[in-house]
Design a protein around this ligand. Sequence first.
Ligand SMILES: [Zn+2]
Length: 172
Amino acid sequence: MHTRLPVTIDPFQLASKGERLEGPIAIKTLTRLAPSLRDTTGEIQVTLEFGLDELRQPMVQGSLSGSLTMMCQRCLEPMVQDIDSRFLLGLVKNEYQMNRLSEEYEPLLVTESPIALASIIEDEILLSLPIVATHAPGDCRLVVAATGMDSVEVDTETKPNPFAVLKSLKKT
Ligand SMILES: [Zn+2]
């Protein structure tokens, strides 16, 4: 099925109609992620199910899947970060509604409508990303380099400080 996600949405209207949006979103349109990304090609698969709960609270249940090419904060080489995120948002129009929102929901404050769909996706991806993105220990080039040095016969007193490696990397 080829569905295209709208660029902007009216979340309250979608919730009252019980609409479902599904489709890919281009990573290059998620501009707030750009500083963390090494490569902006590709797509994230998005599913958003809008509706009202039994208390007629407008909500959206969503899932995101795909992968982002980020930069490993240890070795500065590209790394693939899988995105597999599920979320349940309660739609609110102001702080009063936000404070009354049931705890099962993460609030989505909608002060103007329509809103950019990409902004909701960006928020959820940013929340799901690790604070410091690094390769898994076995995959990181820096760990490989440090292991290589350990195998060289050096007496422990002159063994290079691992932070010296970091310093030399930063200069290049
Ligand atoms: Zn790495």
